[in-house]
Design a protein around this ligand. Structure first.
Ligand SMILES: Cc1cc2nc3c(=O)[nH]c(=O)nc-3n(C[C@H](O)[C@H](O)[C@H](O)COP(=O)(O)OP(=O)(O)OC[C@H]3O[C@@H](n4cnc5c(N)ncnc54)[C@H](O)[C@@H]3O)c2cc1C
Length: 552
């Protein structure tokens, strides 16, 4: 069972402490308890359990969770080239963001992993990632036939005809077999149970079997409603963590072996910075004692920015759906191998050719996904359909930093959206909006449309589309990279390929923060795979000789 209570007599009981019971954290907790039955594991989650909580478990309700009491709801700093009003949802509940996201599930591309390896992430190759993802406990499958409505099917057909691209029956099969997605359209794969519409989140797949008593894990304690406020170091070893329980009681937990940070791309770096681990200058300016100067903490913030085009429909949206965003499209904008000419060495230092791997992605939304358009005065029709072009491999990179030593002050999230010097990110959005308009001209989808609501027919030139597209830009909610993994000679790397924090003992990071670059696709399966690999690495160091295959 989960518990909000821990007594002071238990503070020295544990071998491993996992900070954050989110997407990666749940995988690691479950696997470590399985792989190392003689070790005691404590997972500390700030939020409540999601067990039996239908608000969380019913996938279709995801939108109602955003901005609610289970959301940290981070803001964005002023974005000179983008939208400064974006709210960044981050879940505060067991399962983390996999408990309030849309569970669209993609395997990473071989190209993404080639880039990671070229940046010094030894062993993080496509073959290993496919093995790890094959091993996931989540039930991942293409949207079930009963959730495919006529509108969405018509849209898929029109995308295929208008843009002369194939309909792909199973995106993940395609990625596994060919290494990537080129141009194509189709229904997504979703981690869910099509019979009851409930999530197959990290907590559902890895922790609920334990809570139901189907999987025995007597060596795992799951502490909920507990906030980790500080990492305590002696010399260069992380010895203990300070926590505050729901009761208000404060404890210091001292793991016998190590602490694993899984608090996500925002909160892991926030906790490190508040503990004095991070860029010396930033910490000194805030009078936070510098315990370990690590310049990369909070830097390299990457995300998938997206924009939106919205139509009013002339009929109600059919009700069959998984969660209103059931299908998507991949396109290629640039000429073959254009990625070899990146000017930013952090993106592709070895100039690995990208062939014709997709460089534009769009989700469809069968709802008025209009929070950013309404602010600019656009109407919000009841019966709406949207396409949201995003940038699979964005070139703009931002940073997260503290503005105060007060731990209750949220960190600043500066994504620097659309600031890449070549204008690649903005141009990708413009190309996506134009392609979306081509789709809208094509039957059978065309016959559903009453009118284009946003940006509307008056917005036509590339400059106008760019201005509109950036002002209404939103996030696909994929922040990553703020404690990036990298080579020993990359001083901005925060963790090594075994996920150990550089220059420290007793501390690892395993969450979306370790991405060195953004994956071309939605990142959740990659984060789950990071959890699986972290558990294998940690257990192997403790003597486990399980199914781990040689790290190629
Ligand atoms: C609205 C939304 C929709 C998304 N849709 C998709 C999608 O369809 N497909 C996809 O691939 N990706 C999607 N994503 C992104 C994906 O969910 C995340 O990238 C991924 O889940 C991040 O996992 P993580 O382990 O890094 O962090 P999280 O899952 O966020 O876990 C972090 C956990 O740590 C806890 N925590 C934080 N700080 C502390 C602390 N100090 N003490 C104790 N506990 C703490 C948090 O409460 C949380 O449970 C979406 C994200 C959101 C928000």
């Amino acid at each position: 069972m989960t518990t909000p209570v821990l007594s002071s007599s238990q503070v020295n009981d544990f071998d491993y402490v996992i900070v954050g019971g989110g997407t990666a954290g749940c995988v690691i907790a479950s696997r470590l308890s399985e792989y190392l039955p003689d070790k005691k594991i404590l997972m500390i989650e700030a939020g409540p359990s999601d067990f039996n909580d239908d608000r969380v478990l019913k996938l279709k309700e995801w939108l109602s969770l955003l901005g609610g009491d289970l959301d940290y709801d981070y803001g964005t700093t002023e974005q000179p080239n983008g939208n400064s009003h974006i709210r960044h949802s981050r879940a505060r509940v067991l399962g983390g963001c996999s408990s309030h996201n849309t569970l669209i599930s993609f395997r990473p591309f071989e190209y993404d992993m080639q880039i990671w390896e070229s940046l010094g992430c030894r062993g993080w190759n496509f073959k290993t990632m496919m093995r790890l993802i094959d091993n996931l406990r989540n039930t991942v499958q293409p949207v079930h036939a009963r959730h495919r409505n006529k509108l969405c099917k018509d849209w898929v057909q029109s995308c295929s005809t208008a843009l002369d691209i194939p309909i792909i029956p199973d995106f993940n099969k395609e990625i596994k077999e060919t290494g990537s997605l080129q141009q194509g359209v189709g229904f997504f794969s979703i981690s869910y149970n099509p019979d009851d519409g409930r999530r197959s989140s990290a907590s559902v797949a890895y922790i609920h079997p334990i809570l139901r008593g189907e999987q025995k894990a007597p060596n795992l304690t799951i502490l909920t409603h507990a906030w980790v406020s500080k990492l305590n170091l002696v010399s260069k070893t992380v010895k203990s963590v300070n926590i505050t329980l729901q009761s208000g009681a404060k404890l210091t937990i001292t793991p016998k072996t190590e602490t694993i940070l899984c608090a996500g791309a925002v909160d892991t770096c926030r906790l490190m910075l508040l503990s004095g681990i991070g860029p010396k200058q930033q910490l000194s300016d805030l009078s936070i004692p510098v315990v370990h100067d690590l310049p990369g903490v909070g830097e390299n913030l990457v995300d998938h920015p997206e924009s939106i085009i919205m139509w009013e429909l002339n009929a109600p949206v059919p009700t069959e759906t998984t969660m209103d965003s059931d299908a998507g499209i991949f396109l290629r904008r640039e000429i073959k191998n254009a990625a070899t000419s990146h000017s930013d060495p952090a993106l592709n230092p070895k100039r690995i050719p990208d062939g014709t791997v997709a460089d534009i992605m769009m989700h469809c939304y069968q709802i008025p996904f209009c929070l950013n358009t309404v602010r600019l005065g656009y109407e919000a029709p009841l019966n709406a359909f949207c396409m949201t072009p995003n940038i699979p491999r964005p070139r703009s990179r931002g940073r997260i930093y503290l503005t105060s030593a007060d731990p209750s002050v949220k960190p600043a999230l500066d994504f620097r959206y659309f600031t890449d010097p070549e204008g690649y990110d903005a141009a990708t959005i413009v190309a996506g909006l134009k392609a979306a308009r081509e789709v809208a001209k094509q039957a059978p989808f065309r016959d559903w449309i009453k009118k284009e609501v946003a940006p509307g027919p008056k917005v036509q030139t590339d400059e106008e589309l760019s201005e509109y597209g950036r002002r209404v830009a939103h996030t696909v909610y994929h922040p990553a990279g703020t404690t990036k993994m990298g080579a020993a000679n990359d001083e901005m790397a925060v963790v090594d390929p075994e996920l150990r924090v550089r220059g420290l003992k007793g501390l690892r990071v395993a969450d979306a923060g370790v991405f060195p670059t953004m994956t071309s696709i939605n990142p959740m399966l990659t984060v789950l795979a990071i959890g699986e690999r972290a558990a294998e690495i940690i257990a192997a160091e403790a003597g486990w000789r399980g199914q781990i295959q040689p790290r190629l």
